[in-house]
Ligand binder design. Structure first.
Ligand code: S3P
Length: 170
């Protein structure tokens, strides 16, 4: 399908880059976290605390299934950082379109998200070591899910969007 999907760990810039890219391509923009929050009328933190992570993961899979059957195209879709972990999701992501992995180092992520309370999985005593652990576990899934990898550490968000646009002009 003719869509571009951004995957990668928290703080890798999926939402900001996705919005910029959608403007450049004149595509619509969708963010799976925002869609879930809107449907549930709850923040991600509340969904985790009140319904649990597994319920959130099911919502993510359900949303990808809906997007795939909707046939909607010309979308840039920013996904939550855990979206690529389920095998079923990786398959759905690739069905939806061209998948780009925004690859950020743990240090870049930590710099961007420190002090942010909206990410329930990083509310812990040592977020940097948590980030390192999680990225090490997930790296293979982001790679398997994606068609293209972009290292984002030293790039500006508008440069990343431009680079993706150039790679995917259809
Ligand atoms: C998560 C990433 C978050 C959000 C939730 C879980 C994860 O999205 O879906 O907090 O498991 O990595 P962002 O990557 O947009 O922060």
């Amino acid at each position: 399908m003719n869509n571009i999907i951004l995957v990668g760990y928290m703080g890798s810039g999926k939402t900001t880059v996705g919005r910029l890219l959608a403007q450049l391509l004149d595509y619509s923009f969708a963010d799976t976290d925002e869609m879930i929050e809107e449907r549930e009328q709850l923040t991600i933190s509340k969904i985790f605390s009140e319904k649990g992570e597994e319920a959130f993961r099911d919502m993510e899979t359900g949303l990808l299934e809906e997007l795939a059957v909707s046939g909607q195209e010309r979308l840039v879709i920013a996904t939550g950082g855990g979206m690529a972990v389920r095998e079923q999701n990786r398959r759905l992501l690739r069905e939806l379109g061209s998948v780009v992995y925004l690859k950020a180092s743990p240090e870049t992520v930590y710099d961007r998200i420190k002090g942010d309370t909206g990410r329930p999985l990083l509310q812990c005593d040592n977020p940097l070591s948590r980030i390192k652990e999680m990225i090490a576990q997930r790296e293979q899934f982001y790679e398997e899910a994606s068609h293209t990898v972009i290292s984002v550490d030293i790039m500006k968000k508008d440069e990343i969007a431009q680079m993706i646009r150039e790679a995917f002009v259809i």
